[in-house]
Design a protein around this ligand. Structure first.
Ligand code: NAD
Length: 487
């Protein structure tokens, strides 16, 4: 450990920003704390508008050469970054778990391989990106995806490297340069990504990382005149501030926000499958934007469903996320825990009943909770808790199920459990959501569009949609006349 590095389980992490291919320290720092045991991990450079502007300037300087780099070379470099991620999966996994408290086994086997895949997928997609040329009265139309410019990417703490690279990879593939601002509660893996990108040979200034509080450097990034794209994942209030800040320059935005997604369980569903889908909503201690936190069950099976759900939930092991047998780890921060507890206390005061949980655990843990007797217009049904707290309501028929499912200001995802294919088609067609799963949950293919409706987001990323967002699309129309060869 030196003045500007810290170590986590033997892995060295640089605590400074990464700007224009150099490590840059701020005069002040903020303290990074592990949610596992509250231990101080280290002091991280606390960015100011000065470092934010320097990062944008570095991204601007690197942009012309990167945009002019051939698709094949950009793809080669992104695959080299993926190779670097794959070599360091163990290191990335333990650092991420220490920083955000999510399960080590899922970081090792699911998340970090997926991080590498983010780079491989967008590298390969770049190589096949094309629109068929077409003719208008003999004039040739050619559609191209032109790199847009420096892009600011702002990400949350619940899946730090996964969500960062889901933006970094397509932005770089598109030929844009990047300033990444990870969440202040989870700054570490973004710093490791800078190391990996540099080792892979990414030119200086193509990827920049600035650390710090959104409230202190956010504006300097999102209102900057040289920034041509902003992609943000996080909460609705922050998105509203960013949209206001970007408005003066009309900087195009992609916003991936919160949710209050429903799980609809019909009486004809495979009940064991439906219960498994419901219990899965406690993954990552409920800190998943897509989580189906509102369970809606058809009256006739509600009692049976609830009993089986309680049996499964009480068997879950809550504890140290580094332990292979743990199912649920801690919540991210004392402030978040306080917020979760506030939601549950107010719901109980309003007449809700805790079928399981309903209280804090030891340390920074919250007991997996299921609340019943909740009103549709109550806070606990309408607002995102972002913790291991689910509600259960019942419905009489398909009409009521769809009405309850759609009755929030969100529209990120929805899950339907039914044994009737025709019902599945009828119901999914009526749900307002960016992603709908039938008899499954969290199956995510990078070819699919991803995003939310209503307050869950603006725009879609994924597959070609990512390139549509990060690029300036251009149509070039060429007449069949006027050339020297008259051809
Ligand atoms: P947040 O909005 O508090 O913070 C997200 C990021 O924004 C952080 O990096 C933060 O530093 C930064 N930020 C804060 N103020 C800013 C400002 N004024 N200008 C610029 N940046 C600023 O969100 P969070 O608590 O970190 O994340 C949880 C939220 O994210 C939940 O609502 C969750 O549903 C949502 N989320 C959505 C998705 C999705 O894909 N739709 C995925 C994961 C999380």
């Amino acid at each position: 450990m030196t003045e500007h590095t810290l170590t986590v389980a033997g892995v060295t992490v640089d605590t400074r920003h990464w700007i224009g291919g150099e490590r840059v320290a701020s005069a002040r720092t903020f303290t990074d704390v592990s949610p596992i045991d509250g231990a101080v991990i280290g002091e991280i450079s606390r960015g100011t508008p000065v470092e934010a502007a320097a990062a944008v300037a570095a991204a601007k300087a690197a942009f012309p050469a990167w945009a002019a780099t051939s698709r094949a070379e950009r793809a080669r470099l992104l695959h080299a970054v993926a190779d670097g991620v794959e070599k360091r999966i163990e290191e990335l996994a333990i650092v991420e778990t220490t920083d955000n408290g999510a399960l080590l086994r899922s970081h090792r086997r699911g998340v970090m391989p997926r991080v590498a895949h983010n780079f491989r997928f967008f590298a390969d997609r770049l190589l096949t990106l094309a629109h068929e040329d077409f003719e208008t009265r003999g004039h040739a139309n050619h559609v191209s995806w032109d790199p847009a410019g420096p892009s600011v990417l702002i990400t949350p703490w619940n899946a730090p490297l996964m969500l960062a690279t889901w933006k970094v990879a397509p932005a770089l593939a598109a030929g844009n340069t990047v300033v990444l601002k990870p969440a202040e509660w989870t700054p570490l893996t973004a710093s490791l990504l800078a190391d990996i990108a540099a080792e892979a040979g990414l030119p200086a200034g193509v990827l920049n990382v600035v650390q710090g509080y959104g409230s202190e450097i956010g504006d300097a990034l999102t209102s900057h005149p040289d920034v041509r794209r902003i992609s943000f994942t996080g909460s609705v209030p922050t998105a509203q501030r960013i949209a206001a800040s970007a408005a003066a320059r009309l900087t195009p935005l992609s916003l991936e926000l919160g949710g209050k997604s429903p799980l609809l369980v019909f009486a004809d569903a495979d009940l064991d499958l439906a219960v498994d889908l419901a219990v899965e909503q406690y993954d990552n201690a409920g800190q998943v934007c897509l989580a189906a936190t509102r369970i809606l069950v058809e009256d006739s099976v509600a009692e049976e469903f609830t009993q089986r759900f309680v049996d499964k939930t009480t068997a879950l092991r809550q504890g140290d996320p580094r332990d292979e047998s743990t199912d649920i780890g801690p919540n991210i921060h004392p402030r978040q825990l306080e917020k979760i507890d506030g939601f549950v206390r107010r719901a109980l005061e309003a007449g809700a009943r805790a079928v399981v949980g309903g209280h804090r655990g030891d340390g920074q843990y919250y007991a997996p909770t299921l609340l019943t007797d909740v009103a549709q217009d109550s806070e606990i049904v309408q607002e995102e808790v972002f913790g291991p707290v689910l509600t259960l309501q019942t419905f009489a028929d398909e009409e009521e199920a769809v009405r309850l499912a759609n009755d929030t200001r969100f529209g990120l995802a929805a899950t339907v459990a039914t044994g009737d294919r025709e019902r599945a088609e009828r119901v999914t067609a009526r749900l307002v959501a960016g992603t709908v799963w039938v008899n499954c949950f969290f199956v995510r293919d990078l070819r699919a569009p991803f995003g939310g409706s209503r307050h869950s987001g603006v725009g879609r990323e994924g597959g070609t949609w990512s390139f549509d967002f990060y690029c300036d699309l251009k149509n070039t129309v060429t007449a069949p006349k006027g050339f020297e060869d008259h051809g």
